[in-house]
Write a protein that binds this ligand. Structure first.
Ligand code: SF4
Length: 356
């Protein structure tokens, strides 16, 4: 008998992404061009395992392929229900190249779209991994507002961009985002955080070395800090950034717990070669549940439910204290959310082997 999930979300990487962000945790795999039949195949394969299937044609850049409207319709056809009109995300690459795109988002009922800045033009282009990204984001902000959609600005804090966050504040004030969002009936929102540090962004870009400490947090401009507190519902900006690695090391080095990675409502990422991964960390061989074409959903779901991937098995059988003692830095002042830190430590343990 097939296992039954309360909800199952399947995201197929049909087209990839035009960007190569340095903070990206889903990885920089080559872009592909899968076809509608591939999405149907994936949905049909997982259909017997739930009465509540949600299907997405991307997990990197939304609406990147030219047939984004057809794919949106197909996602709705293959899914059991949609609880939101469209994700509060958009492709700024498409927004500036396709004049029908932002009006289409507005027609779907989208009220807010998130865009990511890392400071001014230089830092944003550098961290997005593509020259011209900043200018495209600025144009997209104008297009969104012209179509009644409020931009939400996400900002990341690293050791080397703390000073540049003042540019984000200057932009918010210069183009009057608070007032213009109010004029279209939506509150302007923005936030700053440090993101995760596992998988691709730790390995490819060494963002661990650039992770902020309280010294960088103290440099966050007041306006951005205030917006962040509202966004996260926290009382102090340090709560947004979590604890120092030193504090987490002390706590977790005495924590003998292990964890199952199984949920009754999993989200599976399917890459453009049909390998399947849970969405805990980067789609890497450590987390791979099998290949839909060669192994089939039976093996994939059994690997998931049995915690049988290398990463899930390690997390189930190895205490966090053992991993932290091997790969944590007891004197580090870098700031982490606790669950992000556990994911980072697991990732290092898997990459470097159990022995040190
Ligand atoms: S973070 Fe998002 S936009 Fe950036 S490279 Fe990764 S998938 Fe693409």
């Amino acid at each position: 008998m097939n296992p039954h999930f309360q909800k199952l979300t399947i995201c197929l990487d049909m087209a990839g992404c035009p960007n190569r962000c340095r903070h990206c945790w889903v990885g920089h795999a080559p872009n592909a061009q899968l076809i509608e039949e591939d999405l149907r195949f994936v949905a049909t394969a997982f259909r017997p395992f739930t009465d509540n299937l949600e299907v997405a044609s991307w997990y990197r850049e939304p609406d990147y392929p030219d047939n984004y409207r057809e794919l949106w319709q197909l996602e709705n056809e293959l899914s059991d229900r949609r609880t939101v009109p469209h994700w509060e995300l958009c492709s700024f690459w498409r927004a500036v190249r396709d004049e029908a795109y932002v009006p289409w988002l507005a027609a779907l009922g989208v009220k807010v779209c998130q865009l990511t800045l890392f400071g001014g033009r230089e830092k944003t282009d550098y961290y997005t991994g593509r020259k011209g990204a900043y200018d495209e984001i600025i144009k997209t902000i104008e297009l969104l507002l012209a179509n009644g959609i409020a931009p939400r600005i996400q900002t990341f804090l690293f050791k080397d961009n703390a000073e540049d966050l003042q540019s984000v504040v200057a932009l918010i004030e210069k183009i009057r985002l608070e007032q213009r969002c109010a004029a279209i009936g939506t509150s302007f929102t923005a936030f700053v955080h440090q993101g995760s540090c596992d998988g691709a962004n730790a390995k490819l870009n060494s963002l661990y070395d650039l992770r902020p400490t309280t010294a960088e947090v103290a440099k966050i401009p007041l306006l951005l800090a205030d917006y962040s507190l509202k966004h996260f519902g926290e009382k102090s900006i340090l709560e947004v950034f979590g604890q120092t690695e030193r504090e987490l090391f002390t706590e977790l080095s005495h924590d003998a717990s292990t964890k199952s990675s199984v949920s009754d409502s999993p989200i599976f990422y399917v890459d453009n070669c049909f390998n399947v991964y849970p969405n805990f960390s980067e789609p890497s061989p450590h987390w791979c549940l099998g290949n839909l074409k060669t192994d089939g959903t039976g093996k994939v779901t059994q690997t998931y439910l049995g915690n049988c991937s290398a990463a899930a098995h390690t997390r189930l059988t190895t205490s966090i204290s053992e991993m932290v003692c091997k790969f944590g830095s007891p004197d580090s002042l870098r700031l982490f959310d606790k669950s992000d830190y556990e994911a980072y430590i697991l990732s290092r343990y898997l990459e470097r082997g159990a022995t040190k």
